[in-house]
Design a protein around this ligand. Structure first.
Ligand code: PLP
Length: 403
């Protein structure tokens, strides 16, 4: 039977009543000092941390700081051909020209052969996006960046708390960024952070931060209300309601370089500090759920799991499944959704196909076959801690029956 009134959200961080109470109490008691910055620095061993209103604001500030250090001599940024549209939006907001590089569908990381072939002489920064928590090959990225005198940005918006043989997500470039948006590893409804251990970069960002406004008391109260609402609506028994209201645009990917850049207020600083304590256990659940779901990749050649690697399974924000054909992918999404599982494709097009992006491009290349494969054939499944074993069995059964 189709369960209309029970829908699993695609991603999210559950927040308990007692956590909400602690967040409200701490927020109402006044200042947050630098509690969240210190917690992030302890988690990452970075020397500096700056908190902003979103991940895209953090990426834009990081890009502007790096471009400033090149004093206008380098004005390009390298980004993957398949990533969140906020990444090109941050590049456009920073007035940098984008050089788009194709990806490898089985790692969702750059196609390193393509990356090694492009002209990096005007590149101020290369942005690695660690898509879905699968960490990029930072050893290769580091050697390419240093051979070409470019900075590296470790965009860990989707990978907070993830680790690989190369290190901790966010710490592997000259600058790291995190997002605390809805559906992220640690969700404060919205928010972002920049980390760096490079003194020159830190000093430029400090100057920029001095001009960035902090939220008003009214917007602090609205934030508290949003966090409470988020903690309720993310429950599978309630999630069908916001999911069925089209104007909320849940899960929509929008390219908009006109976003605001602001600071992170007291409420989200306290919430971040409190929720960071359970990040490791949430990521462990994501890995366990991914391991159970990945069984479908062993049953024939219709499904493959990008980045999957036993025993070091990535802390998948959502589990990517690369299907043998677009028809299988589309059928699978339809069938899973009919059964109350929020499966979906991820981004609707390659970065190159975003309308309005042309004026910000550094090259006129249009073909990105790796990224196109992912657009056409990948779906993503929930891995969050609200996923019960019965949901996992339902997902596996659905996928087995797809033809
Ligand atoms: C790779 C990547 N970078 C940056 C961002 C921007 O984060 P935010 O949504 O908090 O602005 C996102 C958001 O999903 C992302 O996926």
């Amino acid at each position: 039977m189709v369960k209309l009134f029970n829908q699993l959200p695609p991603a999210g961080t559950p927040i308990t009543g007692s956590e909400l109470f602690r967040i409200a109490k701490a927020s109402l008691s006044g200042s947050a000092d630098d509690i969240f910055e210190r917690a992030i620095k302890a988690h990452t061993a970075a020397c500096s941390c700056f908190l902003l209103s979103s991940g895209r604001a953090s990426l834009a500030i990081a890009l502007q700081a790096l471009a400033q250090l090149y004093d206008g001599k380098k004005n390009e940024v390298v980004i993957p051909a398949y990533t969140c549209f906020t990444v090109p939006a941050s590049a456009a907001k920073s007035h940098l020209k984008m050089r788009i590089v194709d990806i490898d569908p089985m790692t969702l990381d750059f196609d390193f052969r393509k990356l090694s072939e492009i002209d990096l002489s005007r590149t101020a920064a290369i942005v690695g996006c660690n898509l879905l928590g699968i960490l990029d090959n930072w050893s290769k990225l580091r050697s390419i960046a240093s051979a070409n005198g470019a900075f590296l940005i470790d965009d860990a918006a989707q990978a907070l708390g993830a680790r690989s043989e190369f290190g901790i997500a966010g710490t592997m470039g000259d600058v790291g960024i995190f997002s605390f948006g809805r559906g992220k590893n640690l969700s404060l409804y919205s928010g972002g952070a920049i980390i760096t251990s490079n003194e020159r970069i830190s000093s430029v960002i400090s100057h920029m931060m001095a001009k960035i406004p902090r939220p008003s008391i009214f917007s602090e109260l609205a934030t508290l209300a949003k966090i409470v609402m988020y903690s309720v609506l993310i429950n599978p028994r309630v999630y069908w309601l916001p999911a069925s209201i089209p104007f909320l645009g849940l899960g929509k990917t929008i390219y908009d370089p006109g976003f605001d850049i602001g600071g992170l207020g007291v409420v989200r600083r306290h919430a971040g500090r409190i929720l960071l304590d359970k990040l490791d256990s949430i990521n462990m659940r994501r890995r366990e759920n991914a391991r159970k779901l990945a069984i479908i990749a062993n049953e024939g050649d219709r499904f493959r799991i990008p980045g999957y690697c036993e025993p070091n399974i990535p802390a998948y924000l959502r589990l990517p499944v690369l299907c043998a054909t677009k028809a299988i992918r589309d059928n699978a999404i339809r069938e899973l959704q009919r059964n109350g599982i929020s499966a979906s494709s991820m981004y609707p097009s390659t970065v190159r196909q975003i309308s309005g992006i042309e004026e910000h491009l550094a090259s006129d290349e249009v073909d990105y076959p790796g990224a196109q494969t992912v657009v056409d054939r990948m779906l993503v499944l929930p891995t969050h801690p609200m996923l019960a074993d019965s949901d996992i069995q339902k997902i596996i059964k659905c996928l087995r029956n797809i033809n």
